[in-house]
Design a binder for this molecule. Structure first.
Ligand code: SF4
Length: 473
């Protein structure tokens, strides 16, 4: 397995209501969101009487054949891509989750992390609930199924009032779709229109692929009911201070997406410009670590006047696993992804622009690769402050002690990387770059969490005893 020391988004969702080609549109939608999760994918469709589900492990294009898409009959569809936290890469956690309860068939697709899911699950299990996955999302379905509220919509609101943490999600029934975003709005979720149909997606890049027009974001704390060509909004959840995830702009979202009302590419370029002002250095070339470092490196180059060169080339065609030769090759894992362009790097003073340093292990290897390609000086510039705290809202950040910046100073990290200098962008500058200093979560840089952080563990997945799970899918 090629290990990547990058933070990982845990999910992306896409939904479409009342469209003659719903399943194929959903397929394209989650294909565009593949960067938000590469371990499993699924689509559920509705023919207004029944729900049909197809899901599996791997990439969207590998899971869905033409015949599988044919089986997804109907005019509405809800898709999901997922990345799971370490150790729980399993088919029984793939989404959408489809259940059949006394209210009828219901499917759920969720992006985010519920911070009180462990205690809720414990209570539900003590009351006799039987869980089929280790995903926090399943808690919501149990709460809905057990609710005494008259309508499904009322039960949905009641369930959302019970859970805490981050959720941008959609619930599908044979007749309609309910869409919701938590009151802090941690994860993005947008609404668009294609032909006469409404679509929803974690990022607007999914709209572009199917020629849908962006209409607006789902507001924090808002629930939408979409049925045929009508969209009914309501705000039944308590109002909270928004806490949009700043990392969506720094790294997770695609640069061509509009996220939290701002184009990601614009934010990243601004971050690069601020980085050049805060951490200028005499150098010959600015080199981005592709792909997420590209927009900010352009900004750094524009502000500093130092020319930009693509001195590292990324291989985009690597699967999830890769077989290494028996005789170990130095830095193989990083080399197979990034190859240096020697004539650009040789004898040059390099500004190497990347978005973040997590454990530091990958950054160290990249520095080694650039050095062994002949670079004279390497000045690492990061478009984020040091990450010192884990995330409990849907991003897989390692535990505090694994984060290099939680135990080492900037000078020590620089030494560890083997770089000539290291500069992190200040939080002030990051917030200036997104032009909003009030409505963002930055807890992984500050340790100040905007809401209950649960029991201090990433709660996306529950640990369950080893057992034969082969029948769980
Ligand atoms: S803690 Fe960090 S990664 Fe998690 S939601 Fe907040 S800004 Fe995003």
């Amino acid at each position: 397995m090629i290990h990547s020391d990058k933070l990982k988004e845990e999910c992306g969702i896409f939904g479409i209501v009342s469209h003659p080609d719903a399943a194929r549109m959903a397929y394209l939608g989650i294909y565009a969101l593949q960067h938000r999760g590469q371990e499993s994918a699924g689509i559920v469709s509705s023919d207004r009487r029944r729900l049909h589900l197809e899901k599996g492990m791997g990439y969207v294009a590998d899971i869905f054949s033409a015949s599988r898409l044919e089986r997804l009959r109907g005019t509405s569809a809800l898709g999901h891509v997922r990345y799971s936290t370490a150790g729980e890469s399993a088919a029984w956690n793939a989404q959408p989750i489809l259940i059949d309860c006394w209210r009828g068939p219901i499917a759920l697709a969720h992006n985010g992390n519920l911070t009180n899911a462990a205690s809720l699950r414990h209570e539900l299990e003590r009351d006799g609930a039987i869980f089929h996955s280790t995903s926090d999302s399943e808690v919501i379905l149990h709460l809905i199924s057990r609710s005494r509220r008259r309508t499904l919509q009322e039960a949905f609101v009641e369930a959302l009032r019970t859970v805490e943490g981050a959720y941008s999600l959609a619930l599908m029934t044979p007749e309609y779709m309910l869409v919701a975003r938590d009151p802090h709005g941690f994860r993005p979720l947008s609404v668009g229109r294609v032909d006469e149909s409404y679509v929803i997606a974690s990022e607007t890049c999914a709209f572009d692929l199917i020629n849908a027009e962006y209409i607006r974001d789902v507001q924090p704390g808002e629930i939408l009911r979409i049925e045929e060509d009508t969209l009914e909004p309501q705000l039944p959840l308590p109002k909270e201070q928004p806490a949009f995830c700043i990392f969506e702009h720094i790294y997770f979202s695609r640069p061509d997406s509009l996220v939290f009302g701002r184009t990601v590419n614009t934010s990243r370029r601004e971050m690069g410009k601020h980085l050049a002002r805060e951490h200028g250095v005499e150098a010959d070339v600015v080199v981005p670590v592709p792909d997420s470092g590209v927009s900010s490196a352009i900004g750094y180059s524009q502000e500093s006047g130092i020319p930009l060169e693509f001195g590292l080339i990324r291989n985009h065609y690597i699967g999830r696993t890769f077989i290494e030769p028996k005789q170990s090759i130095r830095n193989f894992g990083v080399k197979v992804k990034l190859n240096p362009v020697r004539e650009i790097l040789r004898d040059k003073r390099i500004v190497l622009v990347d978005d973040s340093i997590v454990r530091g292990t990958t950054s160290k290897k990249i520095v080694q690769i650039v050095r062994s390609a002949g670079a004279k000086e390497i000045h690492v510039r990061i478009t984020a402050p040091p990450i010192v705290s884990p995330c409990y809202y849907g991003i897989d950040i390692p535990t505090r002690h694994e984060l290099i910046a939680s135990t080492k100073s900037v000078e020590e990290i620089c030494q560890f990387l083997g770089a000539d200098s290291l500069g992190y962008l200040s939080l002030d500058a990051v917030l200036k770059a997104v032009q909003d200093s009030r409505n963002y979560c930055s807890a992984c840089f500050t340790g100040r969490y905007p809401s209950n952080a649960g029991n201090g563990k990433q709660q996306g997945l529950f640990e369950i005893p080893e057992r034969d799970r082969s029948s769980s899918e």
